[in-house]
Design a protein around this ligand. Structure first.
Ligand SMILES: *Cc1c(COP(=O)(O)O)cnc(C)c1O
Length: 354
């Protein structure tokens, strides 16, 4: 992925966005942050969006705002990146890993049910690679057991589930605008979306030292604000997000067609998928990557180990996470981003078939 292509294509608008903030004299909060929050809330189909400093912070603050308390257990998918686990732990909660479904690569409701305990207070489905988790059974479980659902939508800007946007499916959602995400800033940024005005208000306080009014902390918060320069840049990107996602889908459809007989495990062909990553599975991943590298094709792995397979998180291991472990052992991401050309995608496909 070469993000300089995006900068080149958007240079005049990006310069204008940054200049506007510099000329405004206001470098924390202000109109660009509010405009972006309103525009992104509308995009996700919810009344509220609160900009924060990163996707990890968004997850932490969303969990705190929906009422997760110190010592509570929060269930999430074992095949996620460590960032999800970090976001849960920073809310004072204990992450409990559940397995994923072999076809969708997202949370398996049966495994979630098996992970429930008396201290469980929330579920964090991860819309991995831009494909929404199967929400209905998870929401039903949450209703039945009085749990909150906070989406990890860091890879799913614009993704849909039954026609509803990621970010509007649970009690709250956490988005990251890390530069390589479907909607990316040029630095760190994130946001919480929610339909609940009280949750939104609580995130607003928590991100700003717990202050409801200036210099009066009503509860203990942190500093996690969305930078106005990033907000101004994100507003420009948001106008292009649907077109970028369309382009991702078109490239994914091309790979599907060309690689159908390529001997790889292909991703679930879900309608609302926005292909943050086009991940395939190969039982001989390292050999596959080496042979592609020899042909000039760079690949990455999202993610090479399940959450509990990191040295720092071995204590999260539980029985019954086999699908996640296998997924992380075999998965490999092909080049796919909006600025990838047709000729480049064809070269990737040809190298794989070769
Ligand atoms: C990127 C990402 C995060 C973390 O976002 P940051 O902005 O890097 O803090 C969390 N969860 C998932 C699934 C991600 O892809």
């Amino acid at each position: 992925m070469d993000l300089r292509r995006r900068v080149e294509a958007m240079r005049p608008e990006l310069d204008a966005a940054v200049d506007g903030v510099l000329a405004s004299g206001r470098y924390i909060g202000g109109p660009p942050v509010e405009e972006f929050e309103q525009a992104f809330a509308a995009y996700c189909g919810v009344p509220h969006c609160v900009g924060v400093a990163s996707g990890t912070d968004a997850l932490t603050l969303a969990l705190l705002a929906v009422g997760v308390r110190a010592g509570d257990e929060v269930i999430t998918a074992a095949n996620t990146c460590a960032m999800t686990v970090v976001g849960i732990e920073r809310a004072g909660a204990v992450p409990v890993l559940a397995d994923v479904d072999a076809a969708t690569w997202t949370l398996d409701p049966t495994s979630v049910e098996g992970a429930l305990g008396p201290r469980t207070s929330a579920i964090v489905p991860v819309h991995l690679y831009g494909r929404c988790a199967e929400m209905e059974p998870l929401l039903a479980l949450a209703r039945e057991h009085g749990l909150k659902v906070v989406e990890d939508a860091a890879q799913a800007h614009g993704s849909t589930s039954d026609g509803r946007k990621a970010g509007s499916l649970g009690d709250a959602a956490a988005f990251s605008f890390y530069p390589t995400k479907n909607l990316g800033a040029f630095g760190d940024a994130g946001a919480v979306t929610t339909s609940d005005a009280e949750v939104a208000e609580r995130v607003r306080r928590l991100r700003n030292y717990g202050q409801r009014e200036h210099l009066r902390s009503d509860e203990r918060g942190i500093n996690s604000r969305l930078d106005p320069i990033q907000a101004a840049v994100l507003l420009r990107g948001l106008a292009r997000l649907d077109a970028w996602n369309e382009r991702r889908r078109a490239t994914a459809a091309f790979y599907w067609g060309r690689l159908a007989d390529g001997g790889l495990g292909l991703p679930d062909a879900n309608e609302g998928h926005v292909y943050h990553v086009f991940a395939v599975r190969s039982p001989d991943r390292e050999g596959f990557r080496r042979r592609l590298a020899d042909r000039g094709v760079e690949t990455l792995v999202h993610y090479p180990r399940a959450a509990h397979e990191h040295p720092a998180y071995r204590d999260l291991a539980r029985p019954g996470l086999e699908q996640s472990e296998r997924h992380c052992a075999e998965v490999v991401s092909l080049p796919l981003y909006p600025e990838l050309t047709d000729a480049e995608a064809e070269a990737v496909a040809a190298a794989i078939l070769d």
